[in-house]
Design a protein around this ligand. Structure first.
Ligand SMILES: [Zn+2]
Length: 86
């Protein structure tokens, strides 16, 4: 996992609120594979564009999408790792 200077923000009530608002907005549907997941603990509020420490990107709800865990942990991370080495 890459170093994330904003990691502590994921523990805040504000992030939990934003995460929940994102899941509701996207109707608990993975924006990558289309899976509808009833168990919200298996859904991730994902930054489309990696924030890389940018607070504006971090809190921008238009930059956040609902992904299921397999999509988030699999494809997405490979993409980001590939992007980091371009
Ligand atoms: Zn998915």
């Amino acid at each position: 996992m890459a170093f994330n200077p904003l990691r502590h923000l994921y523990k805040t009530a504000e992030w939990r609120r934003l995460r929940w608002a994102t899941l509701v907005r996207d109707a608990f549907t993975c924006q990558r594979c289309g899976r509808i997941e009833g168990d919200s603990s298996k859904l991730v509020a994902d930054h489309r564009k990696p924030h890389r420490g940018d607070l504006v990107l971090f809190w921008d709800d238009t930059n956040i999408q609902c992904l299921c865990k397999p999509c988030h942990d699999g494809a997405k991370q490979r993409e980001e790792q590939a992007a980091a080495y371009r």
